[in-house]
Design a binder for this molecule. Structure first.
Ligand SMILES: [Zn+2]
Length: 144
C-alpha cells in the first residue's frame, strides 16, 4: 500500500491499486473552494471551512515544458507541467503524462491519474497524482 506523497492534497482510497481523490476545503460563508491545506478562507477570511473532495476531471488551463526540473525531481526530463482547472474552481498543478505537448489543447478535458512510485533509497512506495488527457486522440490515419 503506497503512502500519499502529500496527504493534505491527495487522499488515497483504501483497497487494491493506487486510487485517490484530490482534497481541500470549502468555505461555508462564501462557497469558495481551495485545493490543499487551509486554516481560513483566502477569499473572505472566514474560518468556517469544511473538507471537500474534488472531481477527478478538469480542463486544461495552461501548460509548459519543463527542461530544468526542481531539485530531486524523480522523473524523466523534459516533462510537461500542466495547470488544470477543476469544475469546483481550484487550479491544480501536476505533471501531464501519456501525451506530447502537441497533443494538448487549452480547455481540453483532463483526468487525474494516481501512480505508485518507489522512492530511490527505500522500498517505500509513494502515491503521486498526475494529469493525462481524458480521451486519447482516436487513430485517424493522418500523418502527424
Ligand atoms: Zn470564504
Amino acid at each position: 500500500m503506497p503512502t500519499s506523497v502529500d496527504p493534505a492534497r491527495l487522499k488515497l482510497t483504501p483497497g487494491a491499486g493506487a486510487g485517490g481523490v484530490l482534497i481541500g476545503f470549502g468555505c461555508l460563508d462564501c462557497r469558495v473552494k481551495v485545493f490543499g491545506p487551509a486554516t481560513f478562507c483566502q477569499s473572505c477570511s472566514s474560518e468556517k471551512l469544511k473538507p471537500v473532495e474534488f472531481s477527478a476531471r478538469g480542463s486544461l488551463f495552461s501548460y509548459t515544458t519543463v527542461r530544468v526540473p526542481p531539485a530531486g525531481w524523480p522523473g524523466p526530463v523534459p516533462y510537461i507541467l500542466g495547470e488544470v482547472e477543476l469544475p469546483e474552481g481550484p487550479h491544480v498543478l501536476a505533471e501531464i503524462i501519456e501525451c506530447r505537448p502537441s497533443d494538448l489543447t487549452i480547455g481540453g478535458a483532463m483526468e487525474l491519474t494516481i501512480l505508485a512510485i518507489r522512492g530511490p533509497e527505500s522500498d517505500q512506495e509513494w502515491a503521486v497524482y498526475k494529469w493525462r488527457p481524458a480521451t486519447a486522440a482516436p487513430p485517424d490515419g493522418k500523418a502527424n
